[in-house]
Design a protein around this ligand. Structure first.
Ligand code: ZN
Length: 285
């Protein structure tokens, strides 16, 4: 008898989808409607400390990496809109919406008065153009979606400029404590490729080689390359020529419930889901 031992050198190629309640698999998955052209825009300000226009090109390259997967087997597409003067990471139920990428450059607890109610309702970031999230998070993607269906309406990406030096060079990795723009500190593409995964509906996965691994080291660039599991997410969930896959069948009529025709400004209420790319941080000094 010949025993055939199949050794899998490839990882399990797994992925996890974002849920209406993060981590709760009894709640609906988040998804973009099939054939959506997702227009994204960069803030005109870019990143203050990253040289020249290199950060804009790095953000473009990050979207292009996902577009390559979408073109091969997906039904969505990305389109870059003109740079935006908006500093608002939010979903407006009325008026123009932007899927915005912006670098925050100051900490909210340094620029907003301590008694400002924005600290309790989470509005400081937009009000004072500041980073309002955890100091350790490199980036945060805030996705607005219809809680009845999981359909994504808007997604904005903020990057933590006060705490991290964003760089665009390919090598070498910076030595911790000696970060500069001549080496790789917080790589824009490493960070953005991960955050765009969130924008598309991916959640974190505890697999070190995944683009959606929740942590990144100083000098890391591995997440620039979209891993097989995350690629499979695109081909599975947004399969070309098919409706986007939800996790539970939508109740009849919910998907197309028109906001404008209900005549009720109170529906639908969008929910916010912030997901963070957390860096394994050592003390800066
Ligand atoms: Zn993340």
């Amino acid at each position: 008898m010949i025993a055939v031992l199949v050794v899998s050198l490839v990882s399990s190629q797994a992925y996890a989808r974002s849920r209406a309640t993060e981590g709760d698999t009894k709640t609906q998955c988040l998804w973009w409607k099939e054939r959506t052209v997702i227009t994204w825009r960069q803030s005109t300000l870019g990143s203050q400390r990253t040289p020249g226009e290199s950060e804009f090109a790095a953000v473009e390259a990050s979207f292009a990496a996902w577009q390559e997967v979408l073109s091969s087997c997906g039904s969505l597409s990305f389109e870059q809109g003109p740079r935006s003067t908006s500093r608002l990471a939010e979903y407006a139920e009325r008026g123009a919406n932007e899927n915005l990428v912006l670098f925050r450059e100051q900490r909210c607890n340094e620029v907003a008065p301590r008694q400002d109610p924005c600290f309790s309702d989470g509005s400081c970031g937009n009000k004072y153009d500041c980073w309002q999230f955890s100091e350790s998070a490199i980036g945060i993607t805030t996705t607005s979606f219809d809680p009845r269906t999981g359909k994504i309406l808007d997604s904005d990406i903020e990057l933590n400029g006060p705490a991290y030096l964003f760089t665009t060079v390919d090598a070498p990795p910076c030595v911790r404590g000696a970060e500069s723009v001549a080496c790789v500190a917080a790589d824009v593409r490493n960070t953005m490729t991960h955050e765009i995964g969130h924008l598309l509906g991916l959640a974190h996965i505890d697999e070190a080689t995944s683009t959606m691994a929740p942590r990144a080291m100083t000098g890391e660039t591995v997440k620039r390359t979209i891993d097989p599991g995350s690629r499979r997410f695109i081909c599975d969930v947004y399969a070309k020529g098919q409706p986007s896959k939800t996790c539970f069948t939508l109740a009849l009529g919910t998907e197309s419930a028109p906001v404008a025709k209900t005549g009720c400004a109170a529906v639908p209420v969008s929910s916010l889901l912030a997901v963070a790319l957390v860096l394994v941080r050592r003390r800066r000094r």
